[in-house]
Design a protein around this ligand. Structure first.
Ligand code: FES
Ligand code: FES
Length: 158
């Protein structure tokens, strides 16, 4: 019989632990153990980006990556971006641009945009589209999403 393993890691700057099974994905662990539902499973195949979280500062697909291997890492989810009641500037930019309809894909886009702006503080439209190409929006809010990224980039420049 397979037994769970206790993993200890940081979740949104807080030291936590969880008993996880070998087959448990990061999304399943976040939802089941911590009631964090921002990273959503949609395709479940690493194709849509709805489940994106940061593990040690790198974006990963939470539907495919196993919680088993998170021991000693730092995981950041969409819930960890705001500072209390103050939203992250990228979250504010998505609201300002109206960059969502149903909102199912939005956490994934925002987590990817955070990484995009670290690598390209003032991205061109082509760079935005290229970087976000692995994140899909079924509502097709793409023009507004690109606009949101531009707003966030401009704000960061002051
Ligand atoms: S649900 Fe993970 S990439 Fe689509
Ligand atoms: S806003 Fe609905 S899937 Fe993107």
């Amino acid at each position: 019989m397979t037994t769970p393993r206790t993993i200890r890691f940081k979740l949104n700057d807080r030291a936590v632990s969880a008993n996880v099974m070998p087959h448990e994905s990061i999304v399943e662990m976040l939802t089941g153990h911590f009631d964090l539902t921002g990273a959503r499973e949609s395709c479940g195949q690493g194709l849509c980006g709805c489940c994106t979280v940061h593990v040690d500062e790198k974006p990963v697909s939470g539907c495919l990556s196993l919680a088993w291997f998170l021991d000693g890492t730092h995981v950041r989810t969409i819930e960890g971006l705001a500072d209390g009641d103050k939203l992250d500037p990228v979250q504010e930019a998505f609201i300002e641009a109206g960059a969502f309809q149903c909102g199912f894909c939005t956490p994934g886009f925002i987590m990817m945009t955070k990484k995009l702006l670290e690598q390209h503080p003032l991205p061109t439209e082509d760079e935005i589209k290229h970087y976000l190409t692995g994140t899909l929006c079924r509502c097709s809010a793409y023009p507004e999403i690109v606009e949101a990224v531009k707003i966030a980039a401009a704000r960061a420049q002051g």
